[in-house]
Design a protein around this ligand. Structure first.
Ligand SMILES: *Cc1c(COP(=O)(O)O)cnc(C)c1O
Ligand code: SF4
Length: 339
């Protein structure tokens, strides 16, 4: 749903694009000249976690290629319905780390606010694919409680807006949220975890750029991009614009079998990100969420890939390979064998 408020009765272009995202597997297969033999599986798996993709992202997928690395991230497959041991509904223990509904406080100094359940695309490997957003998302009463919680703990210096995708909120909703957060004097930074600059670059409109520029606190944007083909000229342009107004840009990726588990993709991803002013931050091992087992990359292969990257690129273009363990005080880096 598109959130509306009194000041944004007019639907912005990006909101129209968001509303017209493709949700019908048949339409997707037709658009991409893919065999209809994929339809039944896509429909079945889509019942559990629906297909959703923007036209912009779709335009970067190669036609008639069932193995396209971008397609693999969004096309529901029958294999998602297999259940196996060790793959859970809430793989990282988020539901038990919530002091107030809509707020996660797992790590020292920073809290994560679940602002919305909406995303512009549905990534098949998403660890929140089973998250109960209806209960776990901050509504306005909970927002009061959340602000109070942050206010009362001076060790919290950074608020992370996450979701879903916080940039699916309108500029006026974000402005309200920023205003509330601004009242908390011990906050140093506001961070947003978002895939929208990558999957719906038109979202970075003048209103949003103006809102970010006005903030006294430092804005950190952690985008989510897994493959170099996701960065076309429009994406690159919007990242550069964000950099120009002083936003700090980082990227997190998930290491995904059949998508980016090869040295060529990872090298090119780092290069293209940096050319668009974005530093590779984390490369995550897959969270073991039910339905995503076919994306798993072996740990040895993962550490080997990072070692190869380190041998090919300057240190600042090598993301930290991390995994998330329930109860751990931070994301855990994986160690590589030094040569
Ligand atoms: C990943 C995560 C963070 C951010 O961790 P950084 O290492 O600071 O990027 C914060 N809170 C929660 C609940 C997280 O899952
Ligand atoms: S955009 Fe992020 S939160 Fe949304 S489905 Fe993709 S990985 Fe999950």
């Amino acid at each position: 749903m598109i959130p509306r408020t009194a000041t944004t009765w007019q639907t912005e272009n990006w909101q129209k694009e968001l509303a017209s995202a493709i949700r019908d597997p048949r339409e997707l297969l037709q658009e991409l000249d893919l065999p209809m033999s994929l339809l039944a599986g896509a429909q079945q798996a889509g019942e559990q976690f629906p297909l959703r993709v923007t036209a912009s992202y779709l335009s970067r997928i190669e036609k008639a290629n069932p193995d396209d690395p971008l397609l693999r991230q969004i096309l529901p497959l029958a294999v998602e319905l297999d259940t196996s041991d060790g793959y859970r509904l809430d793989p990282v223990g988020d539901l038990s780390a919530s002091p107030v509904p809509g707020l996660l406080h797992k790590y020292h100094g920073r809290v994560l606010l679940v602002t919305t359940g909406a995303c512009a695309i549905h990534c098949r490997y998403c660890f929140r694919r089973h998250y109960p957003y209806a209960e776990g998302c901050a509504n306005s009463t909970q927002l009061d409680q959340i602000i109070e919680y942050i206010q009362s703990d001076i060790t919290i210096t950074e608020v992370i807006l996450s979701g879903g995708d916080p940039l699916t909120l309108s500029n006026s909703r974000l402005a309200e949220l920023f205003k509330r957060l601004n009242s908390i004097s011990h906050l140093k930074r506001i961070r947003l975890h978002t895939r929208l600059p990558i999957v719906l670059p038109s979202r970075i409109d003048q209103g949003l750029l103006a809102l970010f520029s006005e903030q006294a606190r430092q804005i950190v944007l952690v985008v989510h991009c897994n493959h170099p083909n996701e960065i076309d000229s429009q994406v690159s342009k919007c990242l550069v614009q964000l950099d120009q107004i002083g936003v700090s840009l980082l990227n997190q990726s998930v290491l995904l079998s059949g998508v980016n588990d090869n040295i060529v993709s990872l090298t090119e991803l780092s290069e293209r990100l940096f050319a668009a002013k974005t530093i590779p931050y984390y490369l995550h091992l897959l969270d073991r969420v039910q339905g995503a087992e076919h994306f798993e990359v072996e740990r040895d292969k993962a550490t080997d890939l990072i070692q190869q990257l380190r041998n090919l690129l300057p240190g600042y273009l090598v993301p930290t390979l991390v995994e998330e363990k329930e109860g751990a005080p931070a994301k855990l880096p994986l160690t590589t064998n030094s040569l």
